[in-house]
Design a protein around this ligand. Sequence first.
Ligand SMILES: *Cc1c(COP(=O)(O)O)cnc(C)c1O
Length: 353
Amino acid sequence: MDIKITKTTAPKAKPPVDSLGFGVYFTDHMFVMDYTKGNGWHDPQILPYGPIPMDPSCAVLHYGQAVFEGLKAYRTADNQVLLFRPYNNMNRINESNERLCIPQIDVDFAVEAIKKLVKIDQDWIPDAPGTALYIRPFIFAADPFLGVHPASTYKFIVILSPVGAYYKEGLNPVKIYVEDSYVRAVRGGMGFSKTAGNYAASLKAQEEAEKKGYTQVLWLDGVERKYIEEVGAMNIFFKIDGKVVTPALNGSILAGITRNSCLEILNSWGIDAKEAKISIQEVYEAYENGKLEEVFGTGTAAVISPVGELCWNGKKITINNGEIGPISQKLYDTITGLQSGKLEDTFNYTVKL
Ligand SMILES: *Cc1c(COP(=O)(O)O)cnc(C)c1O
């Protein structure tokens, strides 16, 4: 399929780099492709970024049949552009698609479309340390129809947003509230999919945790409220007695690409890092025995987010004196080093534009 390109006649001014934040500004162009039953995916286009026409009866607005992805393009010191594991993102959107009855996309074509779009808007990729161009591909049900049924028309869109450095002065440990009443997802549900509804389900607990002074919520399993799942936009890792563990994928946890990279990198260093079913009780016991060494979250936005405090059932624990631990710091330096081209990519994670 050829991508039809229509360039903007009114390019926007680039925002100042220190005002970027996350997901506030969008570039000049977007990628749009349509799906119709019988016709498949067709009419791929790159066109000026702007509003999309939508009928008030549009299926996604009523029943939430929607999936998305998030990845970043990084500018290297010698002015190349690198994407971090984009094929993993497009394979994962197909796994989400499968769960939500959305038709599969062609992974290679989607990565090519993303590359083409990023190339057209490459002047928007900031070059200050820690900044990047965030890439948001998403697909939604587009039928103007109120029947509860998988739609027969869909739109696949990719938008781009220059984003600022997540950490301006070193990696700041976050305080996390262990949620024991609300749940995000259950096995058999959509927890492993990157879908809008999972985020809608998380807002209430997030809001209450923020009121108590916590930045994020750590979700427990939806049945027993015993086993650790994830943070909702991040996966979670624990370093206990020299070994690293992250909750095993069980259907209600999202298979983060940063999570997978951390497991591979840790094992390449000879550190015992594995996936296992782990309870919040075990983590608190490790703390009491002086064996809880580090806790950190992993995700595209922050890469590594050290956890300085956990609160579960009214019991607060401080991890590593509220400071970032050596493994968290080394993982952060390594992954951001690969992304920015500073380190040689022996893992084959990066893709050049
Ligand atoms: C996107 C996401 C993550 C992090 O995944 P990465 O691929 O590492 O960015 C973790 N949990 C949830 C629920 C997510 O949506």
